[in-house]
Design a protein around this ligand. Structure first.
Ligand code: 13P
Length: 236
């Protein structure tokens, strides 16, 4: 398929530390064995209690979330100091589950972005509209509003477009919807653009073949290593 694609797994609040460790070690071995890692840049975002040292040869370990501080009185959070212990310098910011379930507003998200950008993190910045916004026909305006306070020129930026209505529903956005939306996003930024929302081993190849799709961010289907490996293979 030519250009290297980015294939990322977001485990969310799934898998124990033991399960995650075994999954990632096996994934790393499988990728190393078959030289698959040469065609895809793989990142895994495990649950916070299952963070592993970022020392694998074929994949990067990232954090699903962290607070924008070195350390301090932030009950329930992890900060830079905890990430540094694992050698982690990749983070997801702005995931719709953080925005909707944990009330992170655009200001919080932008502060977090600025903090980790300053520390040169690779930031997977997530955006995506609700069904209501999609039906109102105001997708471009809405997505643009999710870039408020965000430096789209950050050199280690990866943008993940994840329409909320396609996350965890088993129904991905259509190829046309993905293509049209990524075209809009390309006009906002030259950063790699990932699609996320019910990506699985069956639809990944078609999605990854679309123009302006530089990779995928996978939730549910990444929980089984074999399925995730098949998705990585679709990037060839
Ligand atoms: P699903 O693949 O389960 O729809 O989740 C997508 C997602 O939110 C990845 O960040």
């Amino acid at each position: 398929m030519g250009q290297t694609k980015i294939v990322a797994a977001n485990f969310k609040c799934n898998l124990t530390r033991a399960q995650t460790k075994s999954y990632i070690e096996n994934l790393d071995s499988a990728l190393a064995r078959d030289f698959r890692a040469e065609s895809a840049r793989v990142a895994v975002f495990p649950n916070q209690s299952a963070l592993l040292e970022n020392k694998f040869s074929t994949l990067t370990i990232g954090a699903q979330n962290a607070t924008n501080a070195q350390n301090g009185a932030f009950t329930g959070e992890i900060g830079l100091e905890q990430l540094a212990e694992f050698g982690i310098n990749t983070i997801l910011i702005g995931h719709s589950e953080r925005r909707t379930l944990f009330y992170e507003n655009q200001k919080n998200v932008a502060q977090k972005f600025a903090f980790f950008k300053e520390r040169n993190f690779t930031i997977f910045y997530c955006i995506g509209e609700s069904l209501e916004v999609r039906q109102s026909g105001k997708v471009a305006e809405f997505l643009q509003s999710q870039f408020e306070g965000i430096d789209v020129k950050h050199k280690n930026l990866i943008i993940a477009y994840e329409p909320i209505w396609a996350i965890g529903t088993g129904v991905s956005a259509s190829l046309k919807e993905i293509q049209d939306t990524h075209k809009i996003l390309r006009s906002f930024s030259s950063a790699p653009l990932l699609y996320g929302g019910s990506v699985n081993e069956k639809n990944a190849k078609d999605i990854l073949s679309l123009p302006n799709v530089d990779g995928v961010l996978v939730g549910s289907a990444s929980l089984e290593k074999e399925k995730f490996l098949q998705i990585i293979d679709s990037a060839f």
